[in-house]
Write a protein that binds this ligand. Structure first.
Ligand code: TPP
Ligand code: MG
Length: 576
């Protein structure tokens, strides 16, 4: 039902009118968008109020970047664009990092920002929060639009939604100047101006010849490997992907956010033998995974000497040959591609050679066995493995809980240790390795899925979005935050020998992050041993009460930059 604003007092004959505020709300509702993440202020404060009144859930954050990260991950989880709503210039800029993050990660998101008066902004006459936001946003997203007339709001949202979710998904910017909201128009004409987007992300069917080529290459493999990326998780084609991997018989490697697409404990999972399979495979099939830095660009030491052929399944044709030659490009949406592959494989697909399967299994079992005792230690203060051993069991016992994870050592070690059992349950820093996604991601995960959330945070990582613990308490969300508190970035032991300031990587020693949660009525716990941690996390996950556990980690336990220390630039000149 279309909203109608109050009638004009000036006209004699009462006329049903609507306005920009209501057309925005109606455009969202018509397209099934019922949740918005944002921060209020001029010119969108009333819009937020009206959204609430009209049944749209508007979650009000403490900083737009966190609302933006929430919108981005909502897009990943739901395949609908997540909406972030901000005020002009500074609010817009705060949301922009998340928009760029969404674009980089191929998450559908729309940043909707109010903006100041065009006439003044374009003459640069110094308006309130003056900025040419459209120009600033353009290089950071798939598409950017500005709406000047209320009658165009419907078409603008349709364009934004379609741009965000079709083809390779990504971020879209929608600029709504303040004057737009108060523009009135005839309600019936307004209703007719709205557009319901039909088939927003149409299937993109792969060419049969490309399917055949991909299968021919896969069949020729002596040592095949399938790599699943978060594009495969996004596709929500879980059953087909599982059937395909199982039918192929090949070892598979999940990228971070594809963990759980097939369970990490699946017999074909080569997660614990990563370096071996990357080096030794002769045919590598990428499904929704890109050959970017996370896979060492498909070349170099990580990939070993053995010549390799790549098969790549991706919706974006230009992804092919981005870093190395792709012998069999398969372009289409992942659901359609995998369905076509399964179809064309027939009933008697040959198993890969058993010497390959056995060597992967041996390596994997060895690595798992080596790790096992470290995960059972009960040291106090804790090391990463002792604490993560506990959390691994928590997730094993609650496979439908969502794990959010950021940090350096806290990220890299948790990714390796905590097995995932279901698709789209692990949400993390994504392609950029960005710190600050934590609280926004946890909030959207709880809101969009109604599942309990375990949020495993480095103490530095947490600091980027920590104020949102108030938001978590305010909305009473079932989120348990565990802070791996090692007093700093990577480690808490650095010393600045040249002056009285602390070293750049260390924080206040013995900080009690749990007290932050208590300040807002949540549960705070200080845990100094794996046993204490286990009790506290289990209690939080069972109660669903907002909880923050300060897990005291040995400040010397971490290593520089976690697992990616090699990316730090080096000089032949000696360090001071
Ligand atoms: C937005 C952003 N700023 C800075 C960084 C650089 N950075 C990478 S990891 C990290 C924090 C690591 O410390 P912590 O979260 O405490 O994890 P730990 O290694 O100590 O477990 C920082 C600041 C980044 N990745 N993203
Ligand atoms: Mg730390």
């Amino acid at each position: 039902m279309l909203n109608t604003a109050t009638k004009t007092e000036a006209s004699d004959a009462p006329q049903d009118l609507t306005d920009g505020f209501h057309l925005v709300i109606d455009a969202l509702k018509l397209n099934g968008i019922t949740t918005v993440y944002g921060v209020p202020g001029i010119p969108i404060t009333d819009l937020g109020r009206m959204m609430q009144a009209e049944g749209i859930r508007m979650l009000s954050f403490r900083h737009e970047q966190n609302a933006g990260y929430a919108a981005a991950i909502a897009g990943f989880l739901t395949r609908k664009p997540g909406i972030c709503l901000t005020v002009s210039a500074p609010g817009f800029l705060n949301g922009l990092t998340a928009l760029a993050h969404a674009t980089t990660n191929c998450f559908p998101m729309i940043l909707v920002s109010g903006s100041s008066e065009r006439e003044i902004v374009d003459l640069q006459q110094g308006d309130y929060e003056e900025m040419d936001q459209l120009a600033v946003a353009k290089p950071l997203c798939k598409a950017a639009f500005r709406v000047l007339h209320a009658a165009d709001i419907g078409i603008a949202f349709a364009r934004a939604i379609r741009a965000a979710v079709s083809g390779r998904p990504g971020g879209v910017y929608l600029d709504l100047p303040a004057k737009l909201f108060g523009q009135v128009m005839d309600a019936e004409a307004g209703r007719k101006s709205l557009v319901k987007v039909i088939d927003a992300a149409p299937a993109q069917i792969p060419a049969p010849s490309a399917v055949k080529r991909a299968l021919d290459v896969l069949k020729s493999a002596k040592r095949p490997l399938i790599i699943l990326g978060k594009g495969a998780a996004y596709a929500q084609a879980d059953d087909a992907i599982k059937s395909f991997v199982e039918k192929s018989g090949a070892p598979f490697l999940p990228m971070s956010m594809a963990k759980g697409l097939l369970p990490d404990l699946h017999p074909q999972c080569a997660g614990a033998a990563r370096s071996t399979v990357l080096k030794d495979a002769d045919v590598v099939m990428l499904v929704g995974a890109r050959l970017n830095w996370l896979l060492s660009h498909g070349k170099g030491k990580t990939w070993g000497e053995a010549p390799k052929k790549f098969i790549q399944v991706d919706i974006e044709p230009r992804e092919m040959d981005s870093n190395v030659e792709i012998a069999a490009p398969l372009v289409g949406d992942i659901g359609s591609c995998v369905a076509a592959l399964l179809d064309a494989m027939g009933g008697n697909w040959p198993a890969p050679p058993s010497d390959w399967l056995n060597s992967v299994k041996t390596k994997r079992d060895d690595n798992v066995a080596k790790m096992a005792p470290r995960l059972m230690n009960n040291n106090s203060p804790m090391d990463y493995h002792g604490a993560l051993g506990v959390l691994r069991t928590v997730i094993k016992e609650r496979p439908d809980a969502i794990l959010v994870n950021e940090g350096a050592n806290t990220l890299d070690l948790a990714r390796g240790v905590i097995d995932m059992h279901q698709p789209r349950k692990r949400l993390d820093v994504g392609t950029w390795g960005v710190m600050g996604i934590g609280m926004g991601t946890a909030i959207a995960a709880a809101v969009e899925t109604n599942k309990p959330v375990l949020c495993v945070e480095g103490d530095s990582a947490f600091g980027f979005s920590g104020m949102e613990v108030e938001t978590i308490c305010r909305y009473n969300l079932p989120i348990c935050i565990v802070i791996f508190n090692n007093d700093g970035i990577y480690r808490g032991t650095d010393v600045n020998s040249a002056g009285s300031d602390p070293a750049t990587t260390v924080f206040v020693k013995g900080a009690r992050y749990d007290k932050m949660m208590e300040a807002f009525g949540g549960v705070g716990v200080n845990a100094t041993s794996p046993d204490e941690l286990k009790r506290a996390v289990n209690a939080a996950m069972d109660s669903g009460k907002p909880t923050l556990i300060n897990a005291v980690i040995d400040p010397a336990a971490g290593s520089e930059s976690g697992r990616i220390g090699n990316l730090n630039p080096q000089s032949i000149l000696k360090k001071k």
